[in-house]
Design a binder for this molecule. Structure first.
Ligand code: AMP
Ligand code: ZN
Ligand code: FE
Ligand code: FE
Length: 295
């Protein structure tokens, strides 16, 4: 089927541009994720594992077998003034050297803080070892707090990931240890230079709202070529979605949507709960092609 022919049919498509596999902190393997997407009548998913491209080959292979298009994605850890901001990238060259050096640096910092998290939790009365966490994170090069949370659930300390985060792992709680992340502007530049399109994930969910002001979003667009913002996301209530939607139109940013599916790791994020309009994916694809990338 020609490219143009495929594009004409996007209007009828269900597109979820934000999903995770167990190659980061989701619970489905890449193959299971794609089969679940098919079962949920999705035509296109973006696989955006945290700070790794490791799940893409398997997901795309299975996707081509069962008729689910898997868009090459990533969710990159970044920061603005010490506040964590997640950046979605689409269509970048996954072998780009500068980008991969930065991703390795982030992943090393992820792994490097596990011992400190375990020490803090053990001191607070919840004995847990580094070995247990790395065993839990065996599939991923991108270990994170969700893997610590899963061990805490297994050991009966908490009921689920959410409770582990709320009581123990978020900033200000005993199990929180800061890790390295590049500045948001650096990450946008890296992904763009690698041919990708960039979209800020859940910009007004959690603390990132305080630093991602309308003025700053406009600067990111004009000075760094930010492509879009993820407006439709479970961490944005209806009011926030409509404010962000108006802002995207005003600044000229693309409006995307995605579930942020993590399998059983996030119960409020079922596949397809938020979608991206076909015309938006078409625009992302056009931009990526012009930059030498490929969705
Ligand atoms: P880390 O990668 O170690 O910084 O942990 C952050 C990740 O944990 C996020 O990207 C989410 O995927 C996940 N997360 C954050 N808050 C929660 C929560 N309340 N329940 C489950 N998962 C969460
Ligand atoms: Zn995650
Ligand atoms: Fe995120
Ligand atoms: Fe995510």
């Amino acid at each position: 089927m020609s490219q143009a022919c495929r594009l004409r049919h996007y209007w009828a498509m269900r597109i979820d541009l934000h999903t995770h596999s167990n190659i980061s902190d989701g619970t489905d393997s890449p193959a299971e994720l794609v089969l679940n997407a098919q079962a949920n009548y999705l035509d296109v998913i973006g696989l955006c594992d945290h700070d790794t491209f490791g799940g893409l080959d398997e997901a795309q292979r299975v996707g081509s077998q069962v008729g689910v298009r898997v868009v090459r994605g990533i969710e990159m850890s970044t920061q603005v003034e010490d506040i964590a901001v997640h950046l979605l990238g689409y269509g970048m060259d996954v072998t780009d050297q500068a980008l991969n050096l930065e991703l390795e640096r982030i992943r090393e910092s992820r792994a490097g803080r596990v011992a400190a998290i375990c020490e803090n939790l053990t001191r607070a009365g919840l004995p847990i070892t580094e070995e247990e966490v790395f065993e839990q994170a065996a599939k991923t090069p991108s270990v994170g707090r969700p893997h610590v949370a899963d061990v805490m659930v297994r050991k009966g300390y908490v009921a689920n990931r959410d409770e582990a985060f709320t009581d123990w792992l978020t900033a200000g709680k005993p199990g929180y240890v800061k890790r390295y992340a590049p500045d948001l502007e650096v990450a946008i530049d890296l992904l763009r230079k690698a041919g990708g399109a960039t979209v800020i994930a859940h910009p007004w969910g959690r603390a990132s709202r305080t630093v991602l002001t309308p003025e700053y979003l406009e600067i990111l667009k004009t000075d760094h070529g930010l492509d879009g913002i993820e407006v439709d996301h479970v961490e944005h209530d209806f009011r926030t979605q409509s404010e962000l939607s108006a802002l995207a139109d005003q600044i000229g940013l693309l409006r995307t949507g995605g579930s942020d599916y993590h399998g059983t790791g996030k119960l409020n994020n079922p596949l397809g709960v938020h979608l991206t309009r076909p015309s938006i994916l078409e625009e992302i694809e056009t931009r990526v092609m012009l930059r030498g990338g490929q969705l």
